[in-house]
Design a protein around this ligand. Sequence first.
Ligand SMILES: Nc1ncnc2c1ncn2[C@@H]1O[C@H](COP(=O)(O)OP(=O)(O)O)[C@@H](O)[C@H]1O
Ligand SMILES: [Mg+2]
Length: 375
Amino acid sequence: MSRTVRDQILSALAGIADPERGRDVVASGRISGVAVEDGVARIMVETTPERAGATEPLRRAVEAAAASVRGVKRASAVLTAERGPAQRPPAAPTSAAPGPAAGRPRPAAPTLPGVKAVIAVASGKGGVGKSTLAVNLALALQARGLKVGLLDADVYGPSIPRMLGLSGRPDSPDGKRITPKVGWGLKAMSIGLMVEEDTPLIWRGPMVQGALDQFLRETDWAPLDILVLDMPPGTGDVQLSIAQRVPLAGAVIVSTPQDIALLDARKGLAMFRRVEVPILGLVENMSWFTCPHCGGRSDIFGHGGARDEALKLGLPFLGAVPLDLEVRIMSDEGRPVVAVAPDSEAAAPYHAIAAGVVDSIAKAHREPPRIMIED
Ligand SMILES: Nc1ncnc2c1ncn2[C@@H]1O[C@H](COP(=O)(O)OP(=O)(O)O)[C@@H](O)[C@H]1O
Ligand SMILES: [Mg+2]
């Protein structure tokens, strides 16, 4: 059903000239993906960061042409940057994988060769310290002798390059595979390494998926024991689709004490449960504040909310991390505390959380695998 609509969209797009490349937009390889789901068409239009503004009229024409196809209720076309250091081979419009169709069994997300486990660090909202936790957790796992990678899946607000002190585009010796950057021993990949921070690209759903699939599958991660995914904040559709597309061994949920009620842990949990991803546990960040002058401890946000919530929900509580000025300064300078001062008091909670995560992964996967059926 959606196939025929998709073909009609491609025919409609073949009527649009590509002035820059001299053919129609399909023949010129400009369209890098078309997906149709429930009458909603999503089309990816390739450009370069420098030409994004100039390609905007073309994007609008593509969107209008797709919207005029019968059976299309809504069409959205987004600009995507040319992939990696290499050029995308021309015309692969079949490459956009449509989302899973409702009512059919969903195949398990393909595993990543040479990567033993992928875990997600997720949060109900932004600014709760998700990336800080992802970085320091990855480093603490590494300190346990594991080979660890860190994938910045927060394509809207990538912060892993800054937190690991990385910059510059990753190499691609063969023009196809991407060699991850290495920061403090961690293999790392982020959209922030591929485009300038203020690039006026429109990162929306389809692009998020395209970029992530690419980073996940075309980066030379192997061999890794654990790949840590810094998820975009929230537990909505974008997060759901990542959880569906990545073979997750589990998710760590992070929250601040004052946001724990807002986190709507149940909703977040329900999302991961829908895709059969075990919740490895809850982490409370900015849990209390220790005064650097007098050493006094203040529960400024009412510490302990996450522990209670975890208990109520029957989830492991992985630990609490205090609000620590040093942690903030160091992570914003690309000097994560677990790498720079592994034996410090500030690093201790991360080591404890890493131990809990390793335990939780082992427990979650001792149960027999279940067959996944979409409801
Ligand atoms: N435990 C902490 N103590 C002090 N500052 C923190 C702590 N955790 C995070 N931060 C700071 O809070 C800000 C937001 O954290 P970040 O990890 O970027 O959150 P998110 O990824 O959830 O948006 C950053 O400036 C970070 O350095
Ligand atoms: Mg972040």
